[in-house]
Design a protein around this ligand. Sequence first.
Ligand SMILES: [Zn+2]
Ligand SMILES: [Zn+2]
Length: 573
Amino acid sequence: MLVVFLIANFATQYQDFINSPQKDSIYVALTRKDINITEFAENPVVLWFWRTNADDPMTDSLLKKVPMERNFYLSAVLRWEALEAKTYDGAMQKLDLATHFDTLAIENFLSRTALDLKNRQYRNVLSSLLTAPFLSDFRNQVLLITNSFILVFAAVVLCSLIYVLVKFLYYVPVLSHRLDIPRHYFLKGAVSFLILLIPLLVFRNLYIMYVIYGLLLMLVLHPKEKNWLRFGVFLILLLAVGSYPLNRFIPFLQGTSKSYQLYRLVNYDGEQRIQAENNTEKELMALALKQQGKIDEALSVYEELYYKGNRGIAVTNNLANLYLLYDEDAKAEELYVLALNQNRGEPYFNLGLLKLKNIEYLASSEYMEKARLNGFTSIARDPVDITPGNRTFYELVLGKNFEMPRFINPIFLIPLVFILIVSFLRLKLSPPYFCAICGKAVCRDCVEEGEEEGTCKDCVNKIKSTKSSDIEEDLRISMSRRNRVLKRILVYVINVIIPGAGLVYQKQDFLGLIVLFLVSLAYIPHFFGGLFVKPSNWICLTLAPLFAAATIILLIISYIASFIFLKGTSHAD
Ligand SMILES: [Zn+2]
Ligand SMILES: [Zn+2]
């Protein structure tokens, strides 16, 4: 029965083996080829020892066949070797073995996918995407939740920022025209234009640009555009508040929180010790001690928990398993029976094993059947412990006390709230904004009274100078066409630089923002990769091929969609 613990606790057993005199004799015998390594085919410790001391390819294939408990560290060692491998096949073999040692490590899955993409093995990519066992693991869930949240948050911010910048580009002639102090003199808005560019040229800070231009735009934006800007600001505020769990998730991933130590203790092979403070921590500690083969210590922690009234199903069942190890069958049976009245199959299964041991076959098969009915089947020949589920770890990591979000400094949110407030004030420059014919910025003083839609005095003079109503109409059409063509070129140029921005420029805000969001998702890993959280002990092949593939797909979709929408409107003109 002890074999189970020894395999579960690889590190301790490996250490013991290294310190034992047995090691030297085995090493000498293997080197002299007195014995073949295949004789140790079922002993992962010796296999691993021989693997680290001799370059024998046989060991890897033998190791691949030994059933083993999850071993995060050995898996990491193999990924490290895969990093150094020179060929695709060499690296893939290492990754296969790495996956055998730890089927749940997301690093294995990502490494394989990246390697397949890099070597254009697209069929393998598809098949591995369909099987994603790593999703059930708590650490991977936290990793994916945290980084997806960061990605979406950053994409929303970037998207809203581009929106503001494009709207600013559209309205900057109006703003410089109106905010010009010596209005309509020789500089014609040049001074205020330069002043308006200060956030862009001097601060070169995206946040400052967002706040200043966001506020300025409130003076000119159309109500619909204002709503989209408000929506962006509101979403940023909402996500900033919603980032609260990241306070706990990030330290967990970076391995600095106690909850991570406990998680590692239970799920990875290792020998750390932790001062358990509450019952949940003690429970995890007891389970870890048992997995490490420290059965006496585990027993005393479980007994302490149980006799102080902590009689949850896991404590009761696992304590009974320990009693069974010490051949205290009566005690064990009593506890199993206590654990039965709950909806878990493990106590039934364990009790079935106990009955089997006592040659009570009928009772045994009855309990085994009940275990099946409660959703538990196993081919194990040893009692099964109830291990903590993800829910336990979520409760442990999130804790009970609320903490102010720290992912974003709250001070940065105040100007955003201010933008929202200002957006509801009736501050607005009065139209007209642009000359209906030539498209330049105008104000009431510049437009000719009596003309429809606001036509500037220059245009009116030019048209009037023809003195013939036929030519007048032609001139009007040709002047406005020139304006439209120039604008069209500008829209296309902007859209080439950032797909979706052209749509926003020509006021197709909804479609434009959707495309901009996709583009932001594509660009963030490249330009703001530092935002993402890298877990501790992260050993993985470079993910560049994965990101490149995602970026290419997103950009192709964005370009195609935005140009189709742009073209659609040109026909409508
Ligand atoms: Zn004009
Ligand atoms: Zn004017």
